[in-house]
Design a protein around this ligand. Structure first.
Ligand SMILES: Cc1cc2nc3c(=O)[nH]c(=O)nc-3n(C[C@H](O)[C@H](O)[C@H](O)COP(=O)(O)O)c2cc1C
Length: 169
């Protein structure tokens, strides 16, 4: 079985913790892990199946550490790649931008030909608006440690099972 790559910021707080949880759920030997703050395009291009962890900051923006990488992605063709995106947000604190980063990242790679897998239902959340929604569903797994941390483990387990069924893992 081919390994998947997982990119998240090693300096982040909750995104990193949940990244580790995702690795343990998939199995350490099946995942290569990279620091999103240090990543090179070469590392990125080696993998067909890529998981990224993105929290949302600044009222609907990606964290600063993706800022260097995003322009680099803009120059490359991603048509043979599949992405699964997990995001962190706060639906009570930022109800009009809940987990927008998931949608920002999804659109970025879709525009370059990639396929995004692991879409999830919006039921079970309480927010007003989210750029993470594409065609009526979240374009990834939206997590909320501020308000729904008790649901996180179950959501991750269900999502990993879904990714297996979708042939991503
Ligand atoms: C300054 C600031 C801005 C934020 N903006 C948003 C936002 O627009 N949408 C959202 O869903 N969450 C927002 N959040 C919540 C974070 O995404 C959430 O706390 C997340 O768990 C942080 O993960 P991290 O510690 O790994 O970066 C914001 C948090 C802070 C501190």
């Amino acid at each position: 079985m081919k390994k998947v790559a997982l990119f998240y910021s090693f300096n982040s707080n909750k995104t990193a913790r949940l990244g580790e949880k995702i690795v343990n759920t998939i199995g350490k030997d099946l995942v290569d892990i990279f620091d999103a703050e240090q990543v090179t395009v070469e590392q990125f291009m080696k993998y067909e199946h890529i998981i990224v962890g993105v929290s949302t900051w600044f009222d609907g923006e990606l964290p600063i550490y993706w800022d260097e990488f995003v322009p680099a992605i803009k120059g490359i063709d991603l048509k043979d790649k599949q992405f699964a995106i997990y995001g962190l947000g706060d639906q009570k604190g930022y109800p009009e931008n809940f987990n927008d980063g998931v949608g920002i990242f999804a659109n970025l790679v879709i525009e370059r030909g990639a396929k995004v897998v692991g879409f999830t239902d919006v039921q079970g959340y309480d927010f007003e608006k989210s750029a993470a929604i594409i065609d009526g569903r979240f374009a990834g797994l939206c997590l909320d440690q501020e308000n729904q941390s008790k649901l996180t483990d179950g959501r991750i387990n269900t999502w990993i099972e879904q990714l297996k069924k979708e042939g991503f893992i």
